[in-house]
Ligand binder design. Structure first.
Ligand code: FAD
Ligand code: MLT
Ligand code: ZN
Length: 493
């Protein structure tokens, strides 16, 4: 085998022992160690929130969670684990949707949840430097009085951490406007797998001094090191924001609508989100709010949530009202109706429907989540083909697959294809995979637009990456982490 071709199957790691716990007690205060092993002996129930993922689909068997408070503590833990051959799963808010944040076996969990300091903020440049464990929403709240916002926003904002966002290269609801984290992250502090601290916590906008190493950790899903600090460029807070939920008679209108919305709203357009009818209905059913009356919902095939963010309310309202008028008065209107938010509370309510779909879907059943990049024109086709395929396999009924739904970030070409089942079963999985991946590949799409590979898609990486790319990824992994202790079995098989 080639030197870098190690896999969890070929690598052997050591389980955490009582002697290891005794050593960790020299590095960390007792309150920062949760372990079923003595002398700590926490009840197993305390471990489950760290071992089980957000969807309750992936279940680790870790005995020990360490919750360091400083980069120095992280470094000492990692150095020790590397010497001892103990595998580590870095964990942020544990909101990841691809099984990357929980152990596959009994790896040690290193939770960043105790590292929550804002290290610095410059109100002139808007650059904020924070510990990796800062919750995304807490950072937004910190910035609000300074008239800045975080350049990313997602439904998991109340739990996910900036280090987790960086490690998954999270996209979310503002990507259309502010771009992805490869652009807005200016620097990182990372504890490498041997415990060395890589200090690249730059606050420079421009720095062309050779290879930009921090980019490797953005989206590495904890396989190359532990992100402990993040320097990120916040965006000036818009002085006026508005949104509107549009009901469309047919899916074919989404693309012409997107063109028209971009043309008319231009610089104030900040989100263009797609919701199919079933996703909308599930959000309403599971208490995420309601925007339209039942008749308008029934007459629609799908919905689009448009957000504007600009500098002057009168100017933005004029543009948005003008857009709605022209859409409704057209000879062949692209929309049936639209609901414009009239207050900050209504603005939040409209967003709650879109952001609440993830939760609604998981209340409805067990979700197989496919987060794909494909041409926007094919969103509906892919949802329909997947539904038809499951039907042809006899799996489309209440005891197996209840719904096949689509929603997502049209502006970024990112569809969330969700198959909502009564239970996770091998039969449904076999019907879906490789079917969905082959379908995505047939559109030259990506099998992961924004959620990452985690444990879910390691076997499917070749649908979106060439052998040459995968071989280079393996060499990079071996260079940073020769013993393979960092999040084994994630991203690469
Ligand atoms: P975790 O789930 O804890 O970890 C995710 C991965 O990053 C794991 O592989 C973990 O090992 C690694 N990791 C975490 N912290 C670190 C660190 N400090 N150093 C190194 N590795 C680390 N994603 C999107 O892209 N767009 C969305 O719109 C979006 N919306 C969501 C809505 C909901 C309701 C939910 C539940 C999830 C959503 N997600 C979305 C998925 C998820 O990727 C993001 O929630 C988030 O980026 C994960 O952050 P976290 O702190 O929870 O990381
Ligand atoms: C979203 O856009 O809502 C998130 O990526 C989460 C999901 O896919 O459900
Ligand atoms: Zn998304």
């Amino acid at each position: 085998a080639r030197r870098w071709a190690h896999t969890p199957a070929t690598l052997k790691f050591n389980s955490v022992t009582e002697q290891d716990i005794a050593h960790f007690q020299k590095i960390l205060p007792a309150a920062s160690i949760i372990s079923t092993l003595s002398p700590v002996s926490s009840p197993a129930s305390e471990l489950s929130i760290f071992n089980d993922d957000w969807m309750n689909k992936y279940h680790g068997k870790s005995t020990t969670v360490l919750r360091p408070k400083s980069t120095k503590e992280v470094s000492e833990i990692v150095k020790y684990c590397n010497e001892r051959g103990i595998a580590i799963v870095p964990q942020g808010g544990n909101t990841g949707l691809v099984g990357g944040s929980v152990p596959l076996k009994d790896e040690l969990i290193l939770s960043l949840g105790n590292m929550t300091k804002i290290r610095s903020f410059d109100p002139v440049s808007g650059i904020i430097v924070a510990d990796a464990g800062c919750i995304l929403e807490a950072m937004s709240e910190y910035l609000a009085p300074h008239d800045y916002i975080m350049p990313l926003d997602l439904g998991a904002k109340g739990s996910c951490q900036i280090g987790g966002n960086v490690s998954t290269n999270a996209g979310g609801l503002r990507l259309l406007r502010y771009g992805n984290l490869h652009g807005s992250v200016l620097g990182l502090e990372v504890v490498l797998p041997d415990g060395t601290v890589l200090d690249q916590l730059s606050t420079l906008r421009k720095d062309n001094t050779g290879y930009d190493l921090k980019q490797l950790f953005i989206g590495a899903e904890g396989t190359l090191g532990i992100v402990t600090g993040v320097s990120i460029l916040a965006a000036p807070a818009p002085q006026a924001s508005s949104n509107v939920m549009l009901a469309l008679p047919k899916y074919d209108n989404v693309l012409p609508l997107f063109r028209e919305v971009k043309r008319q709203l231009s610089e104030i357009l900040s989100a263009f989100e797609f919701i199919d009818r079933k996703s909308y209905e599930l959000a309403v059913k599971h208490g995420q709010g309601r925007a339209l009356n039942d008749e308008d919902v029934e007459g629609a095939e799908c919905f689009v949530l448009v957000e504007t963010s600009g500098g002057k309310r009168e100017h933005d309202e004029e543009k948005l009202n003008g857009l709605l008028e022209s859409l409704l008065e057209a000879d062949e209107p692209l929309i049936n109706t639209g609901v414009l938010s009239q207050s900050p509370a209504q603005f939040s309510q409209l967003w709650a429907i879109r952001e609440g779909i993830t939760e609604a879907v998981s209340k409805e059943g067990k979700a197989y989540k496919y987060d794909i990049s494909i041409p926007v024109a094919s969103f509906k086709e892919v949802v329909d083909k997947t539904r038809d395929h499951l039907k042809s396999k006899g799996l489309l009924h209440d005891d197996a697959v209840k719904h096949v739904v689509g929603y997502g970030h049209v502006g970024d070409g990112n569809l969330h294809l969700n198959v909502v089942a009564a239970a996770y079963t091998p039969e449904i999985e076999a019907a879906l995979e490789p079917f969905v991946y082959e379908l995505v590949a047939s559109y030259k799409g990506s099998i992961s637009a924004e959620h990452g590979i985690g444990a879910m898609k390691t076997h499917a990486l070749q649908y979106s990456k060439s052998t040459t790319s995968i071989d280079l990824m393996k060499k990079i992994k071996a260079l940073f982490d020769p013993k393979g202790i960092m999040n084994p079995g994630k991203v690469l098989e």
